[in-house]
Ligand binder design. Structure first.
Ligand SMILES: NC(=O)c1ccc[n+]([C@@H]2O[C@H](COP(=O)([O-])OP(=O)(O)OC[C@H]3O[C@@H](n4cnc5c(N)ncnc54)[C@H](OP(=O)(O)O)[C@@H]3O)[C@@H](O)[C@H]2O)c1
Length: 334
């Protein structure tokens, strides 16, 4: 039987939220590895909101129509033309929405088989974990007793940022988009308080949850929510802008009241966070996250869709908030 490589490519540029018709399932021959490369079979692929932006023609790094959708992937090595990897090794790399890939072994990170389930290399021990750790600790340096607000605190990055702040001894307030998610943050993740961003009285809910104001704001959402949080920031507050989920599917960015003047009066600092700028810290951060995970100090949640053909629907569902925790697609079994 001839093995084919099923891929999902960009078929059309979305207007607003993507639709299934913006993607195409294509069949290609199995790639042949060259010297220095390995042929791998995907086990899990990661769906990230950050993939939405390069689907736009206006992106700084736009995809072309027909390109394979990009993604971090955990894969098993089938054949290697480089001494650094051998068949059966499990690796992580940017391999895209496809079942097989031939990749330069220098661009693949070998995963220790016994450390944690392989899927965690795309979540708590992967990009979301590093983003939460470095964006919160390296940029904002939260101190015990300080109040930390995390927006989209039930998402892949946010659920880890909230728990890390809690480990640091902070008062942690998580913001999510429903009462159910807010209850989950309080009951399951043991945050000190949780707020529904869609509650009728958001300002009142934040005031009640942050009686001593806000010292650190780890922001994944932006827009009206950030307006409300900015009104509560304390002197010398630190704000990490990690994501702007409220804006990514809009054709035109929202306008509205803004409270940046609070940065002046409070002498606060606001930083744009980009994970790639912290690569020299990845090993330390991953080691600490693995240690907290092994000690049972960090919980993580995954939503796993099945099969490459389910990736578009799962991606769209994630952008609409149908996931709880990290959204993955299982492509094959080990
Ligand atoms: N700067 C960096 O280097 C870096 C690195 C990694 C990730 N990020 C960013 O971090 C953010 C979080 O990523 P993630 O992987 O943890 O995603 P995620 O939270 O697991 O998934 C996206 C979530 O966004 C929420 N959402 C969708 N539309 C929204 C809206 N209009 N307003 C508020 N929330 C909305 C949805 O949840 P609900 O509707 O249920 O709330 C959805 O579940 C993203 O912006 C991502 O791009 C940045």
């Amino acid at each position: 039987m001839t093995v084919v490589n099923r891929q999902i490519t960009l078929a059309a540029r979305p207007s607003g939220y993507p639709r299934v018709s913006d993607f195409q399932l294509v069949y290609r021959p199995l790639p042949a590895p060259e010297a220095g490369e390995a042929l791998v079979r995907a086990l899990y692929l990661s769906l990230d909101p950050g993939l939405r932006e390069p689907m736009n023609a206006s992106s700084a790094t736009p995809l072309s129509l027909g390109d394979v959708m990009p993604a971090a992937v955990v894969a098993v090595v089938l054949r290697s033309l480089d001494a650094s990897l051998e068949p059966g090794d499990v690796v992580e790399g940017m391999l895209g929405w496809q079942e097989y890939a031939a990749a330069d072994t220098h661009l693949l990170r070998r995963i220790e088989p016994d450390a944690a389930p392989f899927s965690t290399a795309l979540g708590v021990l992967g990009t979301p974990g590093l983003t939460a750790f470095l964006g919160l600790l390296d940029l904002c340096d939260p101190q015990p007793g300080e109040t930390v607000v995390v927006s989209e605190a039930a998402g892949a990055v946010g659920m880890l940022a909230g728990q890390i702040a809690r480990i640091r001894g902070c008062r942690v307030v998580g913001v999510a988009n429903s009462d159910t998610m807010a209850a989950w943050l309080f009951d399951e993740l043991s945050l000190d308080a949780a707020v529904n961003s869609r509650s009728q009285d958001l300002e009142g809910a934040l005031a009640e949850s942050c009686p001593r104001g806000v010292d650190v704001y780890f922001d994944n959402v932006g827009g009206a929510l950030s307006d409300a949080v900015f009104r509560r920031i304390n002197s010398h507050a630190r704000i990490a802008v990690c994501g702007q989920l409220s804006q990514i599917n809009l054709e035109v960015p929202e306008l509205g009241p803004r409270f940046l003047g609070r940065l002046i009066s409070q002498q606060a600092s606001m930083y744009g966070f980009l994970l790639v700028g912290f690569s020299e810290r990845f090993a330390d951060a991953r080691k600490q996250m693995a240690s907290w995970l092994a000690q049972g100090q960090l919980k993580y949640y995954e939503e796993i869709a099945q099969g490459i053909e389910s990736a578009p629907q799962a991606f769209i569902g994630m952008l609409h908030g149908r996931n709880q925790g990290k959204q993955l697609v299982q492509i094959s079994e080990m």
